[in-house]
Design a protein around this ligand. Structure first.
Ligand code: AMP
Length: 256
């Protein structure tokens, strides 16, 4: 299942700070998603870097319509941004990502909505679609408008999206105590040089991230896009969830 790769997280990473009985009785905890993609990309990063998977500290940014970041240390996932459901973490196409739960109470109270309606709005009408005041959830539209420079709603959405990704990378760099590489994947991560650059510079310069602008100018190709001297490497790795699932299936069929 798409949560399996994240099962290696320690309890301090997967527990919510709510009464413990909610975890004991109902299994309410952080599970994470996109595990198949995070696993494929992190293993592939080790191949590209020519280092043992178990020796690396990696931050994987799966940026698509759904989006999540994960931290991989010594070959196991130690944290990831999605939670009990895919709603937690990054700002996504139509999902809000992290919000103060007090916002839910106020949306319900002020707007006459019940909890299910509020959660539906957070899933389906929020994210960059909500931030851009309904302009688009598609990063191709948002990026074009951002580059034209005369659409404040699109600019607002892009800036907020990028800031949230940078915050999670910063948090995971702390958890990992530094990172060997940051990897970008999925629709936006693979195809948007602009978003990759906005995340890396200036936010990640303190980590020794140095983007090679020419190398970064690619879409949908596997490549190291940082300069040779960069302390923390930046990689673009198109995800391949189908191959990862096939590998798992083969392992099961072979009884491994
Ligand atoms: P996914 O969920 O991985 O299929 O990713 C979908 C997202 O990737 C959508 O927001 C697309 O707009 C975005 N995307 C696909 N191609 C590009 C591109 N060339 N530039 C920017 N965003 C893109």
């Amino acid at each position: 299942f798409d949560t399996a790769f994240h099962q290696t997280m320690d309890e301090e990473a997967y527990l919510y700070a709510i009464p413990y009985r909610y975890y004991k009785q109902f299994g309410i905890r952080r599970y994470g998603f996109h595990g198949t993609s995070h696993q494929y990309v992190s293993r592939r990063a080790a191949d590209i870097l020519g280092k043992p998977y178990e020796s690396l500290k990696l931050i994987i940014c799966h940026l698509g319509n759904g989006a999540s970041v994960s931290a991989i240390k010594d070959g196991r996932c130690i944290d990831t941004s999605m939670g009990l459901t895919p709603l937690e973490g990054l700002i996504m196409g139509t999902r809000s990502g992290d919000v103060d739960p007090g916002v839910l109470e106020m949306m319900a109270g002020k707007d006459g909505k019940n909890i299910h309606e509020v959660v539906r709005i957070l899933n389906k009408e929020s994210g960059v679609l909500g931030l851009s005041d309904g302009f688009s959830s598609d990063f191709r539209d948002l990026e074009d408008a951002y580059l034209e420079g005369n659409n404040p709603a699109a600019t607002r959405a892009i800036k907020a999206f990028v800031l949230r990704v940078a915050k999670y990378i910063g948090a995971y760099a702390a958890e990992l105590n530094g990172a060997d590489a940051i990897c970008f994947t999925a629709g936006i991560g693979e195809n948007s040089p602009v978003i990759r650059e906005l995340i890396c510079s200036p936010y990640l310069e303190y980590l020794g991230v140095e983007l090679d602008k020419e190398a970064n100018n690619i879409r949908g190709k596997e490549r190291i896009v940082s300069t040779p001297s960069a302390k923390t490497k930046v990689l673009v790795i198109p995800t391949n969830e189908e191959l990862e699932i096939a590998r798992h299936t083969l392992a099961i069929v072979k009884g491994k």
